[in-house]
Design a protein around this ligand. Structure first.
Ligand code: CTP
Length: 404
């Protein structure tokens, strides 16, 4: 991994149907000069301005527009999977609206929907369209979702008038991409261990004690950390989650297995994030035969070791430990109080306390709660995606890694 491309250099250049499409030919060249490997995905309408032959000749690669070409390659997912970065230039009002709505009506919008790579948009349109409340709202929505939208330049437009909406100069776009991409790679050199999912404590060959954790939150943290350049190991309980390329994933079942895996790695990491739902108790002994149901009432449980507390106590200077707290209090003040006391009891640097009452959060894509630090700072989190929470947590972790 080089530092210039910690996340890889495969770039998709999406081209929308604006006259500025011709300027993207120059952008493509400069992106290549900067070391990116570029595949162009023009929207079907953009081909009215610049044809496929131009894109294929300049990129040296196939330029597809439609979903119906080369279907056997499943291009709508394959392109998004391969991409480390998606840049859409020019992004027209219509294209912005389609992306904001989550539409998937051509190859480019499909790719945007299916990719986990950062997406950057370089808008170009008439000021009346740029300032239309519909566009303003769409751009806001995209930024909230974590897409990068560049401000268009001011100057002469296609017709006689001028104003905000001009396609920015290539050099300015390259700077924007580098800065946004640099932001994405702000965790280069940080070694992270993330635990996720629920543990299963065996009772006998067929039964176990488990919980409803899906592992999605920890997965999102590992994923975002890797995207931002960190070196990540993910310790994952039984799950149905996709594999994250480029990180080490170790699957475990019980709390004790998780403890062993943390133990062998703890000294070599800068950050431990305990998002796993470690089962609080396990049977004192595991029966090698299936226990008859009338004997199950005699099952004796003992507490599992508290891994967060154990490793927080072992923490060396410079290490950062983040924990999670699942609470069912509901009311925000009570939630924060519960989080504060758990943070103090376990000795972590920060904790995300989330409201899991009424089946909220488990298996869901959305989370709500608060991040509480050792110093008592509180960041409220109101119904955001787990990726978004992951990024907010990583921002705070990053600050601490450099200051601890
Ligand atoms: N945790 C841990 N080891 C355990 C139990 C929990 O490391 N044996 C960690 C979790 O990974 C999480 C944090 O502790 O980061 C809080 O988990 P939670 O289940 O909310 O807290 P408990 O300690 O189980 O407290 P209680 O059930 O009393 O609320």
């Amino acid at each position: 991994m080089t530092t210039k491309f910690p996340r890889g250099r495969e770039l998709i250049l999406g081209v929308g149907a604006g006259i500025a499409a011709y300027k993207s030919a120059d952008l493509l060249r400069r992106l290549q000069d900067n070391g990116f490997l570029v595949t162009v995905v023009p929207t079907p309408n953009s081909l009215n301005f610049v044809g496929k032959a131009t894109w294929e000749a300049l990129s040296g690669r196939k330029a597809q527009s439609e979903l119906w070409e080369h279907v056997a390659d499943v291009p709508h997912v394959a392109l998004g999977d391969k991409a480390n970065l998606v840049v859409i230039a020019p992004a027209t009002a219509d294209l912005i609206a389609r992306i904001a709505q989550g539409r998937a009506d051509d190859l480019l919008t499909n790719t945007v929907l299916s990719t986990t790579a950062p997406v950057m948009l370089i808008p170009a349109m008439h000021p009346k369209m740029w300032f239309n409340p519909a566009t303003v709202e769409n751009v806001e929505k995209l930024r909230d979702r974590g897409l990068f939208v560049m401000e268009p330049a001011t100057g002469r437009l296609t017709g006689a008038d001028s104003g905000v909406g001009r396609f920015p100069e290539t050099a300015a776009i390259i700077t924007f991409i580098e800065e946004s991409y640099g932001y994405c790679a702000d965790l280069v050199g940080v070694r992270m261990l993330v635990t996720a999912g629920g543990t299963r404590e065996p009772i006998d060959p067929v039964r176990y004690i488990g919980n409803r954790s899906s592992g999605k939150q920890g997965w999102a943290i590992a994923h975002q950390a890797a995207m931002r350049g960190a070196t990540v190991t993910l310790l994952l309980g039984p799950n149905e989650l996709p594999v994250i390329e480029g990180i080490e994933t170790v699957e475990i079942e019980s709390a004790l297995q998780m403890r062993e895996e943390i133990l062998t790695r703890f000294d070599d990491v800068d950050v431990l994030v305990m998002s796993a739902a470690v089962a609080d108790a396990k049977p004192v002994s595991v029966s090698s035969n299936k226990i008859k149901k009338d004997k199950l009432g005699a099952l004796i449980l003992e507490e599992n070791p508290d891994l967060l507390a154990e490793f927080s106590a072992k923490k060396r200077r410079g290490q950062v430990i983040a924990g999670f707290a699942a609470e069912t209090e509901g009311d925000e003040a009570a939630l924060i109080e519960a989080g504060k006391s758990k943070l103090a009891r376990k000795g972590a640097d920060l904790i995300y306390v989330n409201d899991v009452s009424d089946g909220k959060v488990f298996g869901s894509e959305i989370t709500r709660g608060a991040i509480i630090t050792r110093e008592g700072t509180i960041t409220s989190i109101n119904d955001v995606t787990k990726e978004r929470l992951a990024d907010t947590l990583l921002d705070q972790i990053k600050e601490r890694v450099s200051h601890e």
